[in-house]
Design a binder for this molecule. Structure first.
Ligand code: HEC
Length: 163
């Protein structure tokens, strides 16, 4: 009988120990949950912002500069659909607009504080912000709507490479 009781007691103690351990385990799991939830909740509140923010938040300001232009497509746009070549020569003279020979260099010194890329982007999207001396402000102001940012980057890649 005694040994049976001892075994029972030992069994109970083991069960108790398991129970305590289990409880401890549960408690340990419960503690991180409230800590975790605010994180999950805030991530859930703005999942799209969170998803796009790490990848895109540095980019929106840099989109025009960060896009890699395709000069070949830029040339096609310049001479074709966009009609740039109707007003611009790629030599130094000719056309109702300035000849764009060497524009990659000239562009960087047109407007104080504007890099060549920034100037060219503005010259295409908002041509009247700076009107080249001796030329009339007749360049269409609609290219920002007609061309995508990628297409503008392509045209710029083509322009800066003009000898
Ligand atoms: C209807 C004629 C016309 C068309 C079409 C035209 N431009 Fe112009 N562009 C001009 C004129 C005129 C100027 C000079 C006056 C000014 O700065 O707005 C000019 C200025 C520029 C300049 C600044 C040149 C410099 O020396 O600083 C750039 C760059 C330029 N155009 C690019 C383009 C591109 C790229 C296209 C096509 C997407 C285009 N233009 C289409 C007439 C035109």
């Amino acid at each position: 009988m005694i040994s049976t009781r001892l075994i029972s007691l030992t069994g109970l103690m083991i069960l108790g120990a398991i129970f305590v351990a289990a409880c401890g385990g549960e408690e340990a799991e419960v503690v991180p949950t409230p800590v975790f939830e605010p994180t999950a909740a805030s991530a859930g509140e703005a999942p799209s912002a969170d998803t796009s923010a790490p990848a895109d938040s540095p980019e929106p300001t840099q989109v025009p500069a960060a896009l890699v232009g395709d000069a070949t497509n830029g040339e096609a746009l310049f001479t074709g659909a966009s009609g740039c070549s109707g007003c611009h020569a790629t030599g130094s003279t000719g056309g109702v607009g300035p000849g764009l020979s060497g524009i990659g260099t000239t562009a960087g010194s047109r407007v104080d504080g504007q890099s060549a890329d920034e100037y060219l982007n503005t010259a295409i999207v908002s041509p009247n912000d700076f009107v080249v001396p001796d030329f009339a402000p007749i360049m269409p102001v609609t290219f920002g709507e007609k061309l995508s940012e990628q297409e503008i980057a392509d045209v710029i890649a083509y322009l800066v490479a003009l000898p």
